[in-house]
Design a protein around this ligand. Structure first.
Ligand code: PGA
Length: 256
């Protein structure tokens, strides 16, 4: 990914329900994503579609990612999927620490193991952090700092080039643009995350880590978040399941 490109990452979650529909959605997005030169588009479908979708596009403007991963590359772990296996079928990115995976039991320690092995395997990590609610004493900032620091424990500086941080407050997921973070709130979070990264890795390394936003990113709010919120891109859930909406997000973002 070129440093100046914005990142638009589609998180399809448990959708669509058939390979046929997944291919249709991918090809409807491809029409726009293959032309938007200022954007790195990443599609994260369910695991089973990764290989097939990867074969449908040979350029670099669209890459494929996974929504989760296991923390070992081999061993007796029935039902799990390793970073090496994902790499072998063409995945380039892995979402780690999504709040929906955390809600199913994934701990900070699990997230940390996943971040490390994915980076060691040579894939990019889309690390999600986010609070469930905000409080007037700003305790949520302490929570976010802990989430970020524990996820990055033992991650060496030379792996930072493959790290993307997503600020994704749980209270904003699956709603509408009006319920999402405000540009001002996003700007504060951008500064906050950069400060923590700077403390951990120094200014130069921290300045190169993209910070994107997730949580009801829609055509209606991406412009203000880009211009006033300082974001480097978006992790898009429900709006990535409608090609028209997703393509609109791509076009708006490409115009900056
Ligand atoms: P949303 O989902 O865009 O539907 O809020 C984002 C996500 O959960 O990654």
């Amino acid at each position: 990914m070129s440093k100046n490109k914005k990142l638009i990452i589609a998180n399809w979650k448990l959708n669509p329900n058939s390979l046929k529909e997944a291919k249709k959605l991918f090809s409807d997005i491809k029409k726009t994503a293959s032309k938007t030169s200022k954007i790195q588009t990443v599609i994260c479908p369910p695991f089973v579609y990764i290989n097939e979708l990867n074969k449908m596009y040979s350029g670099h403007r669209i890459e494929i990612g996974a929504q989760n991963v296991f923390w070992e590359n081999k061993g007796k772990y029935t039902g799990e999927i390793s970073p090496s296996a994902l790499k072998s079928v063409g995945a380039k990115y892995v979402i780690v620490g999504h709040s929906e995976a955390r809600a199913l039991g994934e701990s900070n320690a699990d997230v940390n193991k996943k971040v490390n092995i994915v980076l060691k395997t040579g894939l990019k990590v889309v690390l999600c952090i986010g609070e469930s609610k905000r409080d007037s004493q700003a305790l949520y900032l302490k929570f976010l700092k802990e989430e970020l620091e524990s996820a990055l424990s033992d991650v060496p500086k030379n792996h930072l080039k493959n790290l993307i941080i997503t600020y994704e407050p749980i209270w904003a997921i699956g709603k509408t643009a009006d319920d999402a973070v405000s540009p001002h709130q996003m700007y504060e979070m951008y500064i906050f995350i950069k400060k923590i990264l700077t403390e951990l890795y120094g200014k130069f390394s921290a300045s190169n880590v993209p910070i994107i936003y997730g949580g009801s990113a829609e055509p209606g709010n991406v412009e203000e978040l880009l211009t006033q919120g300082e974001v480097d891109g978006f992790l898009v859930g429900h709006a990535s399941l409608e090609a028209q909406q997703f393509n609109e997000i791509l076009k708006i973002t490409n115009s900056f």
